[in-house]
Design a protein around this ligand. Structure first.
Ligand SMILES: [Zn+2]
Length: 370
């Protein structure tokens, strides 16, 4: 039977999926239809359908059910790569609270994607505010090899990419905050198999970066940065793709927060699935996804330079201290107690702001304009 895995109606038809998954998806859909902010989240419905209909067993099964029951009885799944609610709660909103206020002290801020391309005609330097990209590899024949998840899983690329971002922040004399994401590509299997390993798909990494500098960075400096990135890329282990750097200027605090929302979003399972389907490799999708060892430490977010809370030049707003409800209430109601802990004030303000936002309706991830 031909099942459309992105369509919740067909997944709920009798026998389309195991009953346990159908019940879980129904539970998720109940919360989804009842919540305006959930419906506003682009791609969430499709991601939930893809997880519900995944055909991988073992530990993966548990993750799927946890994600689908997220928000039920007030329990969160804790898997922000798959779940928009957790991405907002654990990644996006804390980062916006921490780095949003930094814009006033670092107005020369930039959004960067440090990525790579398999097609040399598409790889280069893209300065969003200029019309023409710089595509220095356009004449090259292209690389035939694709990476496989085993190569992704040893995370050398991810870790080194994070180090590159740290060095970049040091060279420009500002700070950076970065999140490293995988990106899955699929292509039709070719008879004869000229490609190495599981050559029908690629798991590439890219870094979404918020970068600031003491002054504006001119286009010619961006070219120098790109050349430096290209040299770094060529030295990477298993390098089988061309360096690609996209840059945009951030104009205000709202733009900075929009960029953080985009940088820290859940994985785009739906986009990857459509690529697999287009290449006729729908069968490989679940296995490739389940094999990404996403709990690995190198995929954590990193902050460096003036965006690192450990730095003497830190310009963000410190994350709130962990305070119990009892401590907060005593601080609010007992002036003598509050006087003993003047350093709690900003943490308590942040905790109260967060509670207010949670009660409010219409929360959504901010996205960059298309
Ligand atoms: Zn969740």
């Amino acid at each position: 039977m031909d099942l459309d895995r992105t369509d919740h109606r067909s997944l709920l038809l009798p026998g389309a999926m195991p009953l346990q998954r159908q019940i879980a998806l129904k539970s998720w859909l109940k919360r989804y239809w009842a919540s305006a902010w959930m419906r506003d989240e682009k791609g969430w419905l499709e991601n939930a359908c893809l997880l519900a209909s995944s055909r991988v067993d073992g530990p993966w099964e548990k993750q799927v059910l946890r994600t689908l029951y997220c928000g039920s009885k007030g329990r969160l799944c804790g898997l922000p790569d798959f779940c928009n609610r957790d991405a907002l709660d654990r990644r996006v909103e804390p980062a916006q609270r921490e780095f949003g206020p930094a814009f006033d002290r670092a107005p020369h801020s930039y959004a960067l994607v440090l990525a790579s391309e398999l097609d040399p005609r598409k790889a280069g330097l893209w300065l969003e505010w200029l019309r023409e990209p710089w595509l220095p590899f356009a004449g090259e024949r292209g690389l035939d090899l694709l990476t496989d998840p085993i190569q992704f899983n040893d995370y050398q690329q991810a870790e080194l990419l994070g180090d590159f971002v740290r060095d970049l922040a040091g060279v420009v004399g500002g700070g950076a905050f970065c999140r490293i994401e995988p990106d899955l590509l699929f292509r039709r299997s070719e008879p004869g198999g000229s490609m190495r390993g599981h050559g029908d798909h690629a798991a590439l990494v890219h870094a979404n970066v918020l970068l600031n500098a003491p002054g504006p960075i001119e286009p010619r400096t961006w070219r120098t940065i790109f050349r430096w990135y290209a040299q770094f890329w060529a030295r990477l282990p298993y390098c089988q793709s061309y360096p690609d750097l996209w840059v945009d200027q951030i104009g205000d605090r709202a733009g900075l927060e929009t960029w953080l929302g985009y940088s820290l979003k859940p994985w785009e399972l739906h986009k990857w699935f459509l690529r697999a389907r287009r290449a006729g490799r729908e069968d490989a999708f679940d296995l490739v996804l389940a094999n990404l060892d996403y709990h690995h430490d190198e995929l954590r977010t990193r902050a460096c330079g003036n965006l690192s809370a450990l730095s003497g030049e830190y310009i963000g707003r410190r994350k709130p201290m962990r305070l119990s409800n009892k401590e907060i209430n005593q601080w609010l109601n007992d002036p003598a107690f509050a006087a003993l802990h003047p350093d709690w004030e900003d943490s308590i303000i942040q905790i109260l702001e967060k509670r207010k936002a949670r009660r409010g309706r219409g929360r959504k991830v901010l996205r960059p304009a298309a």
